[in-house]
Design a protein around this ligand. Structure first.
Ligand code: NAD
Ligand code: DAU
Length: 354
């Protein structure tokens, strides 16, 4: 077991960060967890109701693009481990307005790297800066093959280009300054607490409300789906067992076309609500494609499996059923995130795709 650590988690009020804290805060009362989040539209303290009163959990509202505020929070809490989730994460929003992606994902990461470098100086023993990244940095695959840790970077969207830049900064801070970093690049996550702008929650909620199910292009794009807590466990495993300076790919061995995903969700929503599956399937609606839409992602996760002993626990079927049930049961969380700002986004993203 590791000695008691101060663990600074950025973006802990977002989808993956909140699932991570809900899992790890109760499991590790010996560690202090400090959640640093600016609470953008994607950040929601309601997602942390389970842990908010825990003695080993603290929240700091800090914008990572504000270098002084980042330095101050590092000075105050003096973290041993930094787990960096905070980002602008939605590809369609990066096409509508790329600037904030450059600020948060690149400048924000730079501020955190500098704060860690100055805090730790030469005392790097036991310290870790863990950067949470995406498989989208590798670009698009053809019909065959997998992304490995050696695949060349070839990002397509402003989001993935900004994440690729942040990965390069993290590696440069390791090579140049000796910062003890680790990087993970993960495939598409799904599960509870995901903001209803991403494919899975959009489809579940639209099906439940008998609204059209907007499928981009021909719906043949392939994603490799991973249940969110499997991603969280993988990150923790890399923090505990991964090597400094290394990159680990994380994936679910669950390649599906978007049409296959939507069909599966319609069937599950029908089973869970008693609706007719045919009625829900008839809501499928092909709309204008996303510009620069990557065709296929698939992860070779053999390095993390071999070196750290991680494997995903959920199958596509078990994970999707849990997710559908969660969205059907958590109506007040959903009502609260679907504020006026949310309605504006739905209008912006979908009105000119019809
Ligand atoms: P999310 O959009 O749900 O949450 C992002 C969180 O970061 C929010 O709590 C938000 O308030 C916070 N944040 C944004 N800008 C900030 C700023 N300037 N300062 C402080 N906090 C800020 O994102 P997510 O889906 O949970 O993704 C988390 C991380 O995992 C991201 O780095 C993303 O690139 C990466 N990732 C996501 C997936 C996926 O499928 N969602 C897959 C692989 C990697
Ligand atoms: O691969 C990891 C990435 O997965 C993460 O780095 C990103 O943060 C995360 O947002 C996700 O990116 P995607 O663009 O793959 O996810 P999204 O849910 O937006 O879309 C999944 C697929 O579904 C993609 O091919 C686009 C399509 N799509 C999406 C929406 C929102 C639709 O067909 N219709 C939709 O309404």
């Amino acid at each position: 077991m590791n000695p008691a650590m101060r663990v600074l988690v950025t973006g802990g009020a977002g989808f993956i960060g909140a699932n991570f804290l809900n899992l790890l805060v109760p499991r590790h009362p010996e560690h202090e967890f400090i959640n640093v989040d600016s609470l953008t539209y994607a950040g929601n303290l309601e997602s942390l109701a389970k842990v908010q009163d825990s003695a080993n959990y603290h929240f700091e509202r800090v914008d990572i693009t504000d270098a002084d505020a980042v330095n101050a929070v590092f000075e105050k809490h003096r973290p041993d481990w930094v787990i960096h989730f905070a980002a602008e994460s939605h590809v369609d929003r990066s096409i509508e307005g790329p600037k904030q992606f450059i600020r948060t994902n690149i400048e924000g990461t730079f501020n955190l790297l500098e704060a860690a470098r100055h805090l730790w100086g030469e005392n790097r023993e036991g310290k870790v800066f863990h950067h949470v990244s995406t498989d989208e940095v590798y670009g698009s695959l053809g019909a065959e093959g997998f992304f490995t840790e050696e695949t060349a970077y070839d990002p397509s969207s402003p989001y993935s280009a900004a994440k690729a830049s942040s990965d390069h900064l993290v590696r440069a801070w390791h090579r140049t300054f000796g910062l003890p970093v680790k990087i993970t690049n993960c495939s598409n996550n799904y599960g509870p607490l995901q903001f209803p702008e991403k494919l899975i929650p959009v489809m579940i909620l639209n099906a439940q409300e008998r609204k059209k199910l907007p499928i981009y292009g021909e719906g043949l794009n392939v994603r490799d789906w991973l249940y969110v807590t499997d991603h969280c466990e993988a990150i923790w495993t890399v923090i505990e067992k991964g090597k400094i300076g290394e990159t680990y790919n994380i994936g679910g061995h669950n390649e599906k076309t978007n049409i296959e995903v939507v069909d599966a969700l319609c069937t599950l929503v029908a089973e869970e609500t008693g609706a007719s599956a045919d009625e829900l399937l008839a809501l499928k609606h092909f709309v204008k494609d996303r510009p620069g839409h990557d065709m296929r992602y698939a992860i070779d996760a053999s390095k993390i499996e071999r070196d750290c002993g991680w494997t995903p626990k959920e199958t596509f079927e078990t994970g999707m059923r849990k997710t559908v049930k969660w969205y059907l049961e958590n109506t007040s969380w959903i009502e609260n995130v679907r504020s006026g700002e949310y309605q504006k986004w739905i209008e912006t993203n979908y009105s000119d795709r019809q």
